[in-house]
Design a protein around this ligand. Sequence first.
Ligand code: 5GP
Ligand code: MN
Length: 365
Amino acid sequence: MGDKFCDSVCPSRKKVLILFPIMESLLNENQIEQLRQLVSQSQHTVVCCHVNPDGDAVGSVLAIVHCLRRLGQEATAIVPTPFPDFLDWMPGAGDIVVYSKQVEEAKSLIEKADLFVVADLNNPSRLTDMQECVMGNPAPKILIDHHLDPFDFCQLNVSHPELCATCEILCHLFWQLGEMDKLTPEEATCLYAGMMCDTGGFTYASNRPVIYECISLLLSRGIDKDKIYRNVFWTSTPNRLKLMGYMLFVKMKVLRKMNTCIMTLTNEERYRFGSKNGDTEGFVNLPLQIMGMRLSIFLNEDTEHPEVVRVSLRSVDDFPCNEMAAQFFNGGGHKNASGGRLQCTMEEAVRVAQKAIQAYSALLK
Ligand code: 5GP
Ligand code: MN
């Protein structure tokens, strides 16, 4: 393939060696055997992910469910809380059981499950209200995740924090299991959407060449990547756009000396704009467009628990959001994208954020 490429593009330099990045074998032989056995012995698999699921969480859960069903297994996707509307278009999204909305149905599926695949989550606490029910079922569990510091609670752990998304892990797994050239366009679409979401459309955490090998393989399975981009990043409601304008014009506080921005959003403001939870997805990234900004903090009153302020942190270069999230916001995450939560009023949350900024001033200035 390399030589053919050279012949057509550069006929005079036939002997140039082109090194194509190759897909990664993430499991050893024992683990492959264990995975095959766990799947083949199960009658009903529940596939779940973290609270407030994002594109990678929903994408990985759906890709796994589609794949298991194609292999003749019974599988159901259950997520702890609703996912944002901009993921509604994903193939199979309509069949996802939302625990917080369909408690009885979800509980009965979880109780009868004989295998769990837990995707895009490093700690059972991130199952929130579902945790007790899932952990109360002794059925085997498989973890597939790319967050740091995985908690050891599953029989098989496929944890790779160095990869850009749980969906990237799945690409390598499917490739290693010989499934890659059998993927349906629906499965491939979910995998691409997950990788695209966790890298902001391949604009961060996406410099490893093998990511583009994955994309190339997914394109050959029939995805329409341009449409997936449009569906996720370029589709809004009028209310969401108005809220975004309000946040940038009225609510964005630029702390020039600290190269930091803070935005806050209360439920009262949210209702004024008729907005829902997922509508604020991506807002935290916007201030990082300002030249020189290193950190963006978004404090967001929780719609379901108004006494809780959800915290989102985004940074550029080497500023460690995850350390700040762990130290000040009861959370964690990735170096450039982290989150957490505070049980307090918005005013108190702003004070905590100011303290955190002071504590990290040497790294921010
Ligand atoms: P977001 O700002 O989109 O809610 O979260 C960004 C990232 O931060 C997530 O992908 C996740 O890795 C991490 N994160 C968010 N909330 C929490 C939390 O409460 N605990 C931990 N450990 N990580 C979180
Ligand atoms: Mn992820």
